[in-house]
Design a binder for this molecule. Structure first.
Ligand SMILES: C[S@@+](CC[C@H](N)C(=O)[O-])C[C@H]1O[C@@H](n2cnc3c(N)ncnc32)[C@H](O)[C@@H]1O
Length: 240
């Protein structure tokens, strides 16, 4: 599973950056998460691990608040895009850091990509100092004006390895958590652009090769029109 996720993101660099340039969505999510985290940290919020940093969109946001951000990602190709911040190629289920090393650990749109988020949650608890904070953002999908899942109408599931409820439960086992939902109005065209990212199209067509799955996703979403809402669950925790 992890090797597949790594390959999917290795294949996604240019489409990911194109989507982010067009929508600024991951920057917006990281800004909201950074605000929640820094408000709850008991003490400094300087040494922050961006767990699943990707091309560094979220890392650059954390660098606005934290003096010592560190970017970690399983995909070398994604991580190669980031400059000027320490980068570590690694798996957030086995963090290569000593206990208590961080004021904050952030999973911006990344923790739902592992089948067992409890392992990464325990690792986050281990590397956080007392009073440190953890945060995660996980997708709740796309809904139309009636609150109906866009993919229900398309008779296709948009399935993450792990749902937002399971991400929340994993963090709630290790931390005292607060949670909520962020909603973004977006366009049908942006839903198509999101699924032009091979790693995202893999949610719809996991068994197809990158080019094929992107083409099938474009076909599936061709008739989608108008405005839709994208929802994300946020979870922030402090050590129990
Ligand atoms: C949707 S991207 C988000 C990237 C970045 N946080 C942002 O806001 O743009 C998710 C990232 O999580 C990484 N990832 C997935 N599973 C991982 C794991 N087990 N360990 C480390 N990184 C992982 C992927 O390689 C990908 O770069």
């Amino acid at each position: 599973m992890k090797a597949i996720v790594r390959t999917n993101f290795d294949d996604s660099v240019s489409a990911y950056d194109a989507y982010e340039q067009r929508t600024g969505r991951f920057t917006a999510l990281a800004r909201l998460l950074a605000a929640e985290l820094s408000a709850r940290a008991d003490g400094p919020f300087d040494t922050v691990l961006d767990a699943g940093a990707g091309t560094g969109v979220s890392t650059r946001v954390f660098a606005e608040r934290a003096q010592r951000p560190i970017a970690l990602d399983i995909s070398r190709e994604m991580l190669c895009e980031l400059e000027g911040v320490p980068r570590v190629e690694g798996d957030f289920d086995h963090l290569p850091f000593v206990d208590g090393a961080f004021d904050g650990v952030a999973f911006t749109a990344s923790l739902f990509l592992v089948p067992e988020p409890a392992i990464a949650a325990q690792e986050a608890a281990r590397v956080l100092r007392p009073g440190g904070v953890v945060g995660a953002v996980a997708p709740l999908g796309w809904v139309d004006a009636d609150g109906t899942d866009v993919f229900a109408d398309l008779e296709r599931q948009s399935r993450s390895p792990t749902g937002a409820d399971d991400v929340e439960a994993a963090l709630a086992d290790a931390f005292t958590v607060a949670t909520g939902t962020w909603r973004f109005a977006t366009t049908a065209e942006n839903v198509r652009r999101f699924h032009a990212i091979p790693a995202m199209a893999a949610r719809l067509y996991p068994r197809l090769a990158a080019d094929e799955r992107v083409a099938k996703a474009r076909e599936l979403l061709a008739g989608l029109e108008g405005t839709v809402e994208q929802r994300w669950r946020w979870i922030v925790g402090v050590a129990k």
